[in-house]
Write a protein that binds this ligand. Structure first.
Ligand SMILES: [Mn+2]
Length: 322
């Protein structure tokens, strides 16, 4: 049995899409999918070691999955690992092949695009836009000769697929990422999907627009030259839209850090922190100072910040970016 383990956001999902659209032509791969909401990155431990012959792992931190990875390798399971998050020390094993690059301007789908020599470059561009890698996505789009209109369409597609991955549980999502992946497999060319009436693209677009108009009315906690923090309520729409709303805020004020605070049921907050786009550093380290926090230098989060230390966290962030 082969397992495909992927982050349920645009980057993870489209990384797999590119690989399987490609290998579909050469050798159909009958695989078991393991995925979840974007925040759920402890996925590798869900692989059944006794069943697994090989595993492809996409867009989840190797460091956070090191224990499960070592167990697979010890059991002679072949692992192909592609990612751009903190990796820690790479295990030394003949059963591991990996493409790991933690550069702030690359993402897993762009790494897969290189690996496949650009075979599904339009999908890779959509994924890079979805992961909010504007500059890299635009550069690649220009390189392959896309018009501004085409770029904008791929950007929308990436944003909507990425948006679908956000939620505290898969029940919050419009589509389970595995179902979405299966549906998208019918479209080697994303422009065919985009042009279709009542497509997944159209469905995600209208859902996204409705959630975003709710988010624009969110309560503003802090708004200074360095930092803007907003708070969303404890509802499915808020859990879905928090990440992409954070991207929108970041893009509209590139010199500010942004915090989106979402109320949880158990007196904690889910935190999404974005470093200023013009100073992509520190977010991961800031979040890692708090329990259940972590992430990349440019974008990071805390899954359950106790209510009483929200103001400490906000102080910490605003001092850091002074
Ligand atoms: Mn990613």
């Amino acid at each position: 049995m082969h397992y495909d383990v992927f982050n349920g956001d645009a980057d993870g999902l489209i990384a797999l899409l590119q690989l399987r659209l490609s290998t579909q032509r050469a050798q159909p791969k009958d695989s078991r999918l393991i995925t979840g909401v974007k925040r759920d990155i402890n996925l590798l431990k869900l692989v059944d070691v006794a069943q697994a012959l090989s595993v492809t792992v996409l867009d989840i931190s190797l460091e956070k999955n090191a224990e499960a990875l070592n167990r697979l390798l010890e059991n002679k399971v072949e692992v192909f690992y592609v990612d751009h998050h903190r990796a820690g020390d790479l295990p030394d094993s003949n059963f591991l092949s990996s493409i790991i690059d933690t550069d702030a301007n690359t993402c897993t789908s762009l790494l897969v695009n290189n690996h496949l020599n650009g075979e599904f470059v339009y999908w890779a561009i959509a994924a890079a836009f979805g992961d909010n890698m504007q500059a890299s996505a635009q550069a690649l789009a220009v390189e392959v000769g896309l018009s501004m209109t085409q770029q904008t369409l791929l950007q929308e597609l990436g944003i909507y697929i990425n948006y679908n991955g956000y939620g505290s549980a898969v029940e919050d999502l419009h589509f389970h990422p595995a179902d979405l992946y299966h549906q998208l497999l019918h479209y080697p060319d994303p422009f065919v999907l985009i042009a279709e009436q009542d497509s997944i693209f159209a469905q995600l677009k209208s859902a996204y627009l409705a959630d975003m108009s709710n988010a624009r009315n969110a309560k503003i906690l802090v708004d200074t030259d360095q930092l803007k923090a907003v708070q969303l309520s404890d509802q499915s729409w808020a859990r879905r839209v928090s990440g992409v709303y954070g991207n929108e805020l970041a893009n509209s004020s590139p010199d500010k850090a942004h915090i989106v605070v979402t109320q949880n049921k158990n007196s904690t907050y889910t935190i999404s922190l974005r470093a200023p786009l013009n100073n992509k550093q520190g977010a991961g380290d800031l979040c890692a100072q708090f329990p259940t926090g972590g992430g990349r230098a440019a974008a990071a989060g805390i899954n359950a910040l106790p209510e009483e230390i929200l103001s400490d966290f906000i102080d910490c962030v605003s001092k850091y970016y002074l």
